[in-house]
Design a protein around this ligand. Structure first.
Ligand SMILES: Cc1cc2nc3c(=O)[nH]c(=O)nc-3n(C[C@H](O)[C@H](O)[C@H](O)COP(=O)(O)OP(=O)(O)OC[C@H]3O[C@@H](n4cnc5c(N)ncnc54)[C@H](O)[C@@H]3O)c2cc1C
Length: 418
């Protein structure tokens, strides 16, 4: 036995959870509710995994533009929406096409704007009727096979090229974080349902408040941050610096490839969808409007796919300043500085000469944003006696991550009780 292991800590009745992202946190909260003792480990300096907010030069920057959908069932179960002080996005967007922004609104929530949307060049009247039919459940992709990509599904439902190119592509690219809309039609269906059934929101202090709320329900002494786990078996975990913890069970709530590495499994790594998220600060007086609305590129010129002036939603900019979050989808070879330069050119086209005074604050290159899901993934069984959870067990999202964490905890609780 390695001499370092003599320092091993004995906690044999505990469940050892590796990974304090949304899956690991939901697992820990569920175990806590059932009075099952646990220890939660993460190599990061704060919980949240891919859901984090940084403070930079007086701004709050989410690590990539992401939103919570209030209709998420697990979010409803785990989160206190009121305490998160959720701020609601306008249900629609402004689409750049033919040198103008055109408003596309949800007619079910903003009937007047919805009627005006009928006249825009973003799709035909028939396309807009189809969206209405989808909202009413009269048109659906449910009978299509899982293997259908979203793009194929949209054509099958009869949408025209102009609607797909000018609206569905930029909108869904921003959701899937991939440019081809190769993501399974199941993910489109689920996302459309959640968008329709509730609001699209952000906590007032940024997306990172969501994991912070979950960790706030857990005893501090059960959480070990900056602890990278390098070895696991069904009853113990060992950190890279040689500490060892014994337990009653182990949950790997890491990304899929880390779980495979820890288990010594030689599985092919899943592909990932990627995004560059660029933040620009600007004087408050330069805001084109104080409406919390999504701006989309329907022209296909790029590099920007979508933009939100996040300071119209959240407290994320100092007094007198505003903050723009810009998403460039896909894996890029050019460096972030060059992407930011090209994005600035596009912003000048969109918002005019004042963009010269906007400052590029920081960029995040997120290579592994979400696992790509061309097909509906089938849940993988627990391997070698170690439990696993994470967003890759479902159609990847904050909700899917929390669901898999909860279900894992429930199977542990059931086993503990028997
Ligand atoms: C830019 C971006 C935009 C997104 N947009 C949305 C959106 O709008 N809506 C939505 O619902 N979802 C969105 N998502 C997806 C969502 O954030 C993820 O699906 C979800 O957060 C994944 O949670 P997870 O717990 O499965 O994994 P992770 O968050 O990756 O957590 C895994 C944790 O394991 C830890 N870990 C890994 N290996 C080890 C080890 N050896 N030892 C210790 N710790 C380890 C990591 O540090 C990490 O904290 C987006 C994601 C990104 C990145």
């Amino acid at each position: 036995m390695n001499s370092n292991l003599s320092k091993s800590e004995s906690n044999q009745s505990k469940i050892l959870i590796v990974g304090a992202g949304m899956a690991g946190l939901a697992c820990a909260v569920s175990l806590r509710e059932a009075n099952v003792p646990f220890l939660l480990f993460d190599r990061g300096d704060e919980v949240g995994g891919r859901v984090r907010t940084d403070e930079v030069e007086g701004y709050r920057l989410d690590r990539g533009f992401q939103v919570l959908l209030t209709a998420y069932p697990e979010a409803q179960r785990f989160l206190d929406y009121e305490k998160l002080d959720l701020q609601v996005c306008y249900p629609g967007s402004k689409v750049w096409f033919d040198n103008h922004f055109h408003r596309v609104a949800d007619p079910f929530r903003h009937p007047m704007d919805g009627v005006k949307s009928l006249l825009t060049p973003i799709g035909s009247l028939w396309d807009k009727l189809r969206v209405g039919m989808m909202r009413l459940g009269l048109l659906s992709s449910k009978s299509m096979p899982d293997q259908f990509s979203t793009l194929t599904g949209l054509y099958e439902m009869g949408f025209s090229d102009s609607m797909i190119d000018r609206f569905w592509k930029p909108f869904m690219r921003g959701v899937f974080l991939e440019n081809e809309l190769s993501t399974t039609i199941r993910k489109f269906e689920e996302t459309f349902r959640f968008f329709s059934e509730g609001d699209t929101v952000l906590p007032r202090k940024g997306i990172g408040e969501i994991p912070r709320q979950l960790v706030g329900q857990l005893p501090k002494e059960n959480i070990l941050m900056e602890t990278e786990i390098s070895k696991v078996d069904a009853e113990s975990v060992e950190s890279a610096d040689g500490r060892k913890w014994m337990g009653k069970g182990v949950v790997l709530a890491t990304e899929d490839f880390h779980a495979n590495q820890l288990l010594g499994l030689d599985e092919k790594e899943v592909n990932w969808n990627s995004v560059d998220c660029l933040y620009f600060s600007l004087p408050l007086t330069d805001l084109p409007s104080d409406e919390p609305i999504l701006y989309l590129d329907g022209s296909g010129d790029g590099p920007i796919n979508n933009l939100t002036f996040v300071s119209t939603l959240c407290d994320c900019a100092p007094d007198g300043q505003a903050l723009a979050s810009v998403s460039v989808i896909g894996e890029k070879e050019l460096g972030l500085q060059e992407i930011a330069r090209q994005a600035t050119k596009q912003l000048s086209q969109w918002f005019g000469g004042k963009v010269k005074s906007w400052k590029y604050l920081k960029g995040y290159r997120i290579r592994k944003a979400v696992p790509s899901c061309p097909n509906h993934p089938s849940p993988k069984p627990a391997l070698t006696g170690v439990y696993r959870c994470g967003d890759y067990f479902g159609l990847p999202s904050i909700d899917a991550a929390m669901k898999s964490g909860r279900l894992t905890a429930e199977s542990i609780i059931k086993k503990t009780a028997s």
